[in-house]
Design a protein. Structure first.
Length: 439
C-alpha cells in the first residue's frame, strides 16, 4: 500500500471518521435544543421544564419501582429472604457461637484466669462476660473489700488455738499462695502487661491486736509458733505500752493504762487495691487477644451430652437481645451471681450451698490528721461463736491513690447477692437440698 508522505497525512482522519464526528455534532445540537445547553437559554430551559417535558422523560431520571428499590438504576433489586415471625417480633435465633473458654464475671478471679488462659493457649478464643458497664464494680471494687493482702501475718482465723500452742499449717499455706500471686504480678509487670505495681499494691505493716488475758496469751503463743518460720521472718511482739504507742498511736490514744493488751507486727504486709488490679489485668487480657464483653449477663448454663457447655447470654443495653455460646470450658467468677448460675448448671457440687442475707459495712475516715496516726492494718479476734467475717479490723487503705482508714465490719442485712442484684436473689436460691442444711 501507498505510505503517507508527510506527518499531516499520517494523522489526517479518514472520511468515515469525519462523518462520525459530524453525526455527534448534530446529535449534540438536537439535545441542546430540547434539553438546553450550558448557555443562558439552555439553563433557563432546564430550570423551567414541566413534568411532561422530554427532560423529565429520560429513563435515567424516571423512578422505576419494578426494577431497583431506588428507581435510579436499571438493575432489578434482589429481595432478601424474610426472617419470618409476626410483625418482626418472632425472628429466628442467631447461630450458636463456638469458643474455647468462657469466663463469667468481670472481677479479680475472671480477669486472672482469662489472662492465664491466653498466656498458656494464645490461639484459644477466650471470652469474658460482665453484666455491668465496667470491670471490678462489685466485690473486687476497692470500696467493697478490705484490700488486705492476705498472707496470715495478722489474721487470727488462720491460727486457731490448739492446746498449749496454735495451729499454723493454714497460715503457712495462705502465705505461700499470696507470695505466688505477688510473683505472678511481678512477672506481668516485667512483661509490660501490668503498670508500676505501686498503682495497685503498697507496703502496709500488718498487726494482730489482743485484748484481755486470754487473747494476750493466745497471741503470745501465735508469735512463738510463727516468728521463726522464713515466711514470717521479722515478726515482732510487744506488750509494752510505750512500744504499742509507737506502732499504733491512734489505738493507744486515751486507752486505760490498766488494760491488758498486746500487738504483733510485720513490716512486710501489703494493702492491695483489687479494683485497680482487676482493671489492669483486664487490659492485659484484651491486649493478649481476649474478648471482653460488657453489659452481657449469662442467664443460662447447661452441660451438653458431649461435655461442652451451652450458655445463654442476654445483652443489657439498648440493643437488647439474647444469643447462645458453646464452650469447652467455663469459669464462673461471678461473685454473688455464681450461686444462682451454678444452680442452673445442675452440677452436683452445688447441692447444699446457700447464701445468707448478711453483709459487712465499714466506716470510712479520710481526714489526713487522723489517717497519719494509723499506718497499719490491725486485725482483732472475733468474739467466741461469732462468724469469721465479724473479725474487727482498723485498716490503712489506699484506694484510687487516696489514703484513708476503714473500720469494721458492722453487720448489715440484704437479700441481694450483689450490690446491683435483685431483692429476690435470696428467695430464688432456695432449694430443698440447701434449705435443710441452712436451718
Amino acid at each position: 500500500s501507498k505510505q503517507p508522505e508527510t506527518l499531516a497525512q499520517l494523522w489526517a482522519p479518514n472520511a468515515r471518521e469525519r462523518e462520525r464526528e459530524r453525526g455527534i455534532e448534530r446529535e449534540s445540537a438536537a439535545m441542546a435544543s430540547t434539553e438546553g445547553g450550558s448557555h443562558q437559554a439552555g439553563m433557563d430551559r432546564r430550570l423551567s421544564s414541566a413534568g411532561d417535558d422530554v427532560l423529565n422523560q429520560r429513563p435515567s431520571m424516571k423512578l422505576n419501582k419494578s426494577l431497583s428499590t431506588t428507581g435510579m438504576t436499571g438493575t432489578k433489586t434482589k429481595k432478601k429472604a424474610s426472617g419470618g415471625g409476626c410483625c418482626g417480633f418472632c425472628k429466628p435465633k442467631p447461630p450458636i457461637e463456638e469458643v474455647d473458654a468462657v469466663c463469667i464475671g468481670g472481677g479479680i478471679m475472671s480477669a486472672t484466669v482469662g489472662l492465664m488462659l491466653k498466656q498458656l493457649e494464645p490461639n484459644w478464643k477466650v471470652v469474658m462476660y460482665e453484666r455491668l458497664g465496667a470491670l471490678a464494680e462489685e466485690s473486687s471494687n476497692g470500696w467493697n473489700n478490705a484490700g488486705t493482702g492476705h498472707s496470715a501475718l495478722c489474721e487470727p482465723n488462720y491460727t486457731p488455738a490448739s492446746g498449749d500452742t496454735v495451729e499454723t499449717s493454714k497460715a503457712i499455706t495462705v502465705n505461700e499462695n499470696w507470695q505466688l500471686s505477688r510473683q505472678y504480678w511481678a512477672y506481668l509487670a516485667t512483661k509490660g502487661l501490668l503498670p508500676e505495681p505501686s498503682s495497685f499494691i503498697n507496703n502496709t505493716p500488718h498487726c494482730t491486736f489482743a485484748y484481755g488475758e486470754d487473747q494476750v496469751d493466745w497471741l503470745r503463743k501465735r508469735y512463738a509458733a510463727l516468728h521463726k518460720h522464713p515466711l514470717f521472718e521479722g515478726m515482732e511482739y510487744s506488750e509494752d505500752k510505750a512500744q504499742l504507742q509507737k506502732w499504733a498511736p491512734l489505738m493507744m490514744e486515751g486507752r486505760d493504762p490498766s488494760d491488758k493488751v498486746a500487738l504483733s507486727r510485720c513490716d512486710v504486709g501489703t494493702d492491695c487495691d483489687f479494683g485497680a488490679l482487676t482493671r489492669d489485668l483486664g487490659k492485659a487480657f484484651m491486649n493478649s487477644g481476649g474478648n471482653l464483653l460488657l453489659f452481657h449477663t449469662v442467664t443460662g448454663l447447661k452441660k451438653e451430652a458431649d461435655g461442652r457447655w451451652l450458655l445463654t447470654i442476654k445483652k443489657n443495653d439498648l440493643g437488647a437481645k439474647t444469643c447462645q455460646v458453646r464452650s469447652r470450658f467455663v469459669f464462673v467468677g461471678a461473685g454473688g451471681w455464681a450461686l444462682l448460675l451454678l444452680q442452673k448448671s445442675k452440677i452436683p457440687e452445688i447441692k447444699g450451698f446457700m447464701g445468707f442475707p448478711i453483709s459487712g459495712e465499714f466506716l470510712v475516715c479520710q481526714n489526713p490528721e487522723v489517717v497519719d496516726k494509723h499506718p497499719n492494718k490491725v486485725y482483732g479476734k472475733a468474739a467466741i461463736g461469732a462468724p469469721p467475717m465479724s473479725v474487727p479490723h482498723l485498716d490503712k487503705r489506699i484506694i484510687g491513690g487516696k489514703h484513708m482508714l476503714l473500720f469494721g465490719p458492722f453487720a448489715g442485712f440484704s437479700p441481694r447477692y450483689l450490690k446491683t442484684g435483685s431483692l429476690l436473689d435470696l428467695f430464688k436460691s432456695i432449694r430443698l437440698h440447701n434449705l435443710i442444711p441452712a436451718a
